[in-house]
Design a protein around this ligand. Structure first.
Ligand code: 13P
Length: 247
């Protein structure tokens, strides 16, 4: 099944108003490579500025609260993100699962909140190095997929990002065969859960994606895009990754 590639940047807790200038080059590349969906998840403080600066580019958030409103000090809801100009949000990133103790159930509720509000979701999964070394990677990741997707999930509004934790920000990546095997396992789990609807889901790879390795990773079977951290912070590094996804 032909799926449009999605290349999404995750700025994490990086960037300031001056950094929004990088989005000009990224938006220009997105306008050239019209066969690729391009998105950037900026810090929440920059969503409005980014969306105003590059209205054609999909700007998103890096988290959301599962409720629409209420007494949740410091949190942001999906309707708030929409009003700021977001079109999507990342949920279940391993840094939040670890630092904020986020569970699969919470991640699924966050994805559901995004859908309720009309936002797209990128749900992240991935194993630790210890789990991989113990031969547990596929079991751990497919269990995360099962637990982190809401019951009514659909490829129309949800993509899944496989991000091995040991590959994030380390410059290390799995072999292409290992990436393809994990994406195959995720697809098989989705088929178990959702039947034929599984085929529409875009499965992104994330973890030390760079201009040097993007083409090989994006060419791997069942890899429908990339979730890019460090290399999404500048147009100079992110644009070649967008180009690598285009054909
Ligand atoms: P890096 O591309 O910096 O390894 O980060 C990957 C990531 O965590 C994206 O969400």
């Amino acid at each position: 099944m032909a799926r449009r590639k999605l290349v999404a940047g995750n700025w994490k807790m990086n960037g300031d108003r001056a950094a929004l200038a990088e989005l000009d080059g990224i938006a220009a590349a997105a306008a050239v490579h019209t066969d690729v969906d391009v998105a950037v998840a900026v810090p929440a403080t920059l969503i409005a500025g980014a969306a105003e600066r590059v209205p054609a580019l999909a700007i998103g958030a890096q988290d959301v609260h599962p409720a629409d409103r209420g007494a949740y000090t410091g949190c942001l809801s999906a309707p708030m993100l929409i009003e700021a100009g977001a079109r999507f949000a990342i949920v279940g990133h391993s840094e939040r699962r670890a630092d904020q103790c986020e569970s699969d159930i919470l991640v699924a509720a966050k994805a559901e909140a995004l859908h309720r509000a009309g936002l797209q979701a990128i749900v992240c999964v991935g194993e630790t190095l210890e789990q991989r070394d113990a031969g547990e990677a596929e079991r751990v990741v497919t269990a995360q997929v099962e637990g982190s997707l809401p019951e009514d999930v659909s490829a129309d509004w949800c993509a899944i990002a496989y991000e091995p934790i040991w590959a994030i920000g380390t410059g290390r990546t799995p072999t292409i065969d290992d990436v393809a095997a994990m994406h195959r396992a995720i697809r098989a789990k989705l088929r178990d859960l959702l039947g034929e609807r599984a085929d529409g889901f875009r499965l992104l790879y994330g973890g030390s994606v760079s201009p040097d390795n993007a083409a090989a990773l994006l060419d791997a079977e069942d890899v429908d895009g990339a979730l890019v951290g460090g290399a999404s912070l500048t147009a100079a590094k992110f644009v070649p990754i967008i180009a690598a996804a285009s054909r």
